[in-house]
Design a protein around this ligand. Structure first.
Ligand code: TYM
Length: 343
C-alpha cells in the first residue's frame, strides 16, 4: 500500500504516469516509478502511457522509436501493469495530449519554463539549436496528466519540478477561465528508497539512459552476467560499510547501493544495511547482485516473450488508446467551451 495525499476538490482519484521510449529502461525507471505504478493499481484506476511525443523533442530514428515504444510497453506489462485493469497506450494515439498542450502553451509563462532545470541540463550549451518542443515539453507533460484530470502522479525525484509546473498550470487555467475546480492540482507520488537511483560509476550523477557508459546503469534487458558484473564493478570507497545509515552521509556510492538493495528487497535502508554493518563491500555486493538477478531477470525474460508477438502489443496499445480517448473526450469538450472555441 502506498501512502497518498488527498487532492483538493471533488475529483475522483486517478493515477497518470508515463515514460519516454528512448533507449532501454533502466533500474532507476523501475525503482523510481514503475514499481510504484504496479502497487497503485490496487488502490485507484491507473492510466500508464508510453510518451512517444515527448521522445521526439530530440531527434529519433523513426524505426527505433517504434521499436522502443513496443519495448517500453512490454516492460510495463512484464513489470506487472495489467492492461485489462489499467489503461496502457502510447501518447500519439490520443490527440487530446497535443490539443491540450497547445492551450497550456498559452497559459504557461515563459518565465516559468525558463526555470526548468531539466531543459537547462538537456539543452546545455546548445540552447539556440534545441527544438522548441524541448522547451515546452513540461506543458505537454501537464497536458498528459490533466487531460485525464488525474490526481496522483507516481514518478522519480527528477520529475518533481515538472509536476509543480503542472500544478501551476492547472491553477492558472482554473483562475483564468473562471472554473475554480475544473482541473485538480495533481499530487506527486515520490516514495520509497529508489526515488533517485544514482549512476554506478559516479554517485553524484543520476542513473540515466543517456550516460555514455553502459556500466553506469543496469538495463531492464540485461542478463544475469551483465547485472552481476555491473554491480561487482560499481564504484565504492575504501571504508567498510558503516553501522548505521547516518554513516552513509557523504559516501554517495555506498548510500546508492544500500538504497538500491532496500528498494529491490522492499525494505528500508536501515534494514538492508543491518546484516552488513562493518563488513567489506565484496559480500554486500555479492548479495546485492544475487538479489538484483532474482528480481530483474524474470522481467527481462517476460519482456522477450512479449516482444515475440509485436502485433499483440499493438493490439493492447490500441485498446488502451480507445479507452484513454473516452476519458479525454468530455474533458476536452469542456476545455473548448471554457476557452471559447465554437463547435
Ligand atoms: P523519463 O522517461 O525520463 O523517466 C521515467 C520515470 O523514471 C523516473 N526515473 C528515475 N527514478 C529514479 N532514479 C533515476 N535515476 C531515474 N531516472 C528516471 C522518472 O522520474 C520518471 O518517473 N517527463 C517524464 C515522462 C512523462 C511523464 C508525463 C511522467 C511525460 N509525461 C506525465 C508523469 C506524468 C520523463 O521524461 O520521464
Amino acid at each position: 500500500m502506498i501512502e497518498t495525499t488527498e487532492t483538493s476538490g471533488a475529483h475522483s482519484p486517478l493515477v497518470f504516469s508515463g515514460m519516454q521510449p528512448t533507449n532501454t529502461l533502466h533500474l532507476g525507471n523501475y525503482l523510481g516509478a514503475l514499481r510504484n505504478w504496479i502497487k497503485l493499481q490496487d488502490q485507484m484506476p491507473c492510466v500508464y502511457c508510453v510518451v512517444d511525443m515527448h521522445a521526439i523533442t530530440v531527434a529519433q530514428d523513426p524505426q527505433a522509436l517504434a521499436a522502443s515504444t513496443r519495448e517500453v510497453a512490454a516492460a510495463y506489462i512484464a513489470a506487472g501493469v495489467d492492461p485489462k485493469r489499467s489503461i496502457l497506450f502510447n501518447q500519439s494515439q490520443v490527440s487530446a495530449h497535443a490539443e491540450l498542450a497547445w492551450v497550456f502553451n498559452c497559459v504557461a509563462r515563459m518565465g516559468w519554463l525558463n526555470r526548468m532545470t531539466q531543459f537547462k541540463e538537456k539543452a546545455g550549451k546548445n540552447r539556440e539549436n534545441s527544438s522548441v518542443g524541448l522547451f515546452v515539453y513540461p506543458n505537454l507533460m501537464a497536458a498528459d496528466i490533466l487531460a485525464y484530470r488525474a490526481t496522483h502522479v507516481p514518478v522519480g525525484e527528477d520529475q518533481k519540478q515538472h509536476l509543480e509546473l503542472a500544478r501551476d498550470i492547472a491553477q492558472k487555467f482554473n483562475l483564468d477561465f473562471g472554473a475554480p475546480d475544473f482541473f485538480p492540482l495533481p499530487e506527486p507520488v515520490i516514495v520509497g528508497p529508489g526515488t533517485r537511483v544514482m549512476s554506478l560509476r559516479d554517485g553524484t550523477k543520476k542513473m540515466s539512459k543517456s550516460d555514455e557508459s553502459d556500466y553506469s546503469r543496469i538495463n531492464l534487458t540485461d542478463d544475469a552476467d551483465a547485472i552481476s558484473q555491473k554491480i561487482r564493478k560499481a564504484r565504492t570507497d575504501p571504508e567498510p560499510l558503516p553501522d548505521s545509515i547516518e554513516g552513509l552521509k557523504g559516501r554517495a556510492e555506498a548510500e546508492n547501493l544500500v538504497n538500491i538493495f532496500a528498494a529491490l528487497a522492499d525494505t528500508t535502508p536501515e534494514a538492508a544495511l543491518a546484516p552488513f554493518a562493518g563488513a567489506q563491500f565484496s559480500g554486500f555486493k555479492n548479495a546485492l547482485a544475487d538479489l538484483a538477478v532474482a528480481k530483474l531477470t524474470p522481467l527481462a525474460g517476460e519482456m522477450r516473450r512479449l516482444l515475440n508477438d509485436p502485433a499483440e502489443i499493438d493490439r493492447i496499445l490500441k485498446d488502451g488508446a480507445d479507452r484513454a480517448r473516452a476519458i479525454t473526450v468530455p474533458v476536452m469538450q469542456e476545455v473548448r467551451r471554457l476557452v471559447g472555441f465554437v463547435g
